[in-house]
Design a binder for this molecule. Structure first.
Ligand code: 4AD
Ligand code: MG
Length: 435
């Protein structure tokens, strides 16, 4: 063969050269004296052109035998061609087959419509499709953008444990684990640990998988999802809103700039994303209730928003909206109450535009030792397990705030997807633990 092995994404730098591409057959067409093999290598697609009179009988026979997803190495000369989607084609001179997918058991994912359950069962193969690849590329870009943003803003990555003796978001939804005959939980959020590391390092974030055993079947819930959680000492809820809008705007624009090909493949309406700019509108929970009532909702003050409510609120704005100061009763135990209005908390949720729902939840944490102890009692939480967390209110307690942004929710919104299940390679949901 030829040792000039290249990736399709770098093909422009090799115009006129003899190169080898290692990949899979995405598609094949025959047109009399010519065959076209569309090869994908994970970084892109290129059409290899087989001209019958220019190659040997063996190569022709090999090309004839190829089926969808057969693995091959193709060698050929790169030729710029305006009509080609990637701008280049390959005039094939040699072909090496690794495996031909046999026609008795063809690749199960075909261009025809498949039901979603079938596709989810074939997820390990489905991810090879153009659309799924585009989503996973954008997911990667979003994660990279989040990290770049926080790192450049002076944050220190300080990951929280996944196994923990205490829970963060209440006692109803953790997955329980047997930890050497002691009860442990899979983390629902790294926040409590972030509060400790923020007092050590100032501005920190954790970024990892989090787990929720809530039995929701909505299009927004996974049982395992990735969350980035920044936490800042001395920050107020208003500072947290500033941080959230800056981070979200940075991420959206990074994807627009670097992943336009993938956004186009997903037919995402770019004009909607291009509206994203700071400042985001900020409304209180009370104002959100007024919006809902104006639209005929029967929600009462004190109630939590459902998915439909979030959609109504977000439709009033062309960019993410920050809803702050929710009633204490619908928020977690650690939320600091507003000192001027004790019945509301210094919380904030960011709702994505176009009805994509909550993408960020956060707020200011209780810094008073006594109030926290009171909350443990109200929420019937085992105080001894949280003693370390209470210590933070004993040794140099300060106001501090932060938030958690769900990566899969961000991907759903930015890609414009119906359902969160396509935003991660192998989603975990109420009825799905395989593949
Ligand atoms: O609003 P949540 O529950 O907030 C917390 O866990 C805080 N302790 C975070 C913090 O302040 N450090 O979750 C935060 C975000 C949500 O806004 C949503 O984007 C995402 O995590 N999320 C989920 N994503 C997918 N599936 C689920 N079941 C999710 N639950 C929350
Ligand atoms: Mg929330």
């Amino acid at each position: 063969m030829n040792d000039n092995v290249v990736y399709i994404q770098d093909i422009a730098a090799h115009n006129g050269e003899l190169v080898t591409i290692r990949g899979w057959v995405h598609n094949k067409r025959t047109g009399g004296k010519i065959q076209f093999i569309i090869v994908r290598d994970g970084t892109g697609y290129i059409q290899a052109v087989v001209v019958k009179r220019c190659v040997s009988a063996e190569i022709l026979e090999a090309a004839d035998s190829l089926t969808h997803e057969s693995s091959i190495e193709v060698t050929g000369r790169v030729r710029a061609d305006e009509r080609a989607p990637s701008g280049y084609e390959l005039d094939l001179t040699d072909l090496k087959i690794h495996q031909v997918v046999v026609t008795e058991e063809p690749f199960p994912i075909t261009p025809k419509e498949h039901g979603i359950e079938f596709l989810m069962d074939q997820r390990h193969l489905w991810i090879r499709s153009t659309r799924q690849r585009a989503i996973l590329k954008i997911r990667h870009e979003i994660i990279k953008a989040v990290r770049d943003f926080l790192d450049e803003d002076g944050f220190t990555l300080c990951d929280a444990p996944i196994l923990s003796a205490n829970t963060c978001e209440g006692t109803t939804t953790p997955f329980k684990v047997n930890y050497f005959n002691e009860r442990a939980f899979l983390t629902q959020s790294g926040q409590l640990y972030n509060e400790a590391t923020a007092a050590a390092l100032g501005k920190v974030y954790c970024f990892g998988p989090t787990f929720r055993a809530e039995k929701s079947k909505t299009r927004r819930h996974l049982t395992e999802f990735w969350m980035v959680e920044p936490e800042v000492a001395y920050a107020t809820v208003e500072d947290t809103m500033d941080l959230a809008e800056r981070m979200i705007t940075f991420v959206v624009w990074r994807v627009i700039e670097r992943r336009s090909t993938e956004l186009k493949a997903l037919e995402r309406d770019l004009s909607r994303l291009e509206k994203i700019a700071t400042p985001f509108p900020r409304i209180s929970y009370d104002e959100a209730i007024d919006i809902l009532k104006k639209h005929g909702s029967e929600i009462q003050w004190g109630g939590d928003f459902g998915g439909a409510d979030e959609t109504i609120i977000s439709m009033e704005f062309d960019r993410p909206v920050m809803v702050h100061r929710h009633p204490v009763g619908i928020k977690a135990f650690y939320m600091d109450p507003d000192p001027t209005r004790f019945e509301v908390s210094l919380s904030v949720d960011v709702l994505a535009p176009e009805g994509y729902g909550e993408i960020v939840g956060g707020g200011q944490r209780i810094s008073s030792y006594d109030l926290l102890v009171e909350r443990f009692k109200e929420h019937v939480l085992p105080q001894p397990l949280f003693q370390w967390y209470l210590d933070l209110r004993k040794f140099g307690s300060v106001p501090h705030s932060g938030f958690g942004a769900g990566i899969e929710r961000l991907v759903t919104w930015i890609c414009g997807l119906e359902h969160v299940r396509e935003t991660i390679a192998f989603p975990r949901m109420l009825y799905r633990l395989t593949p």
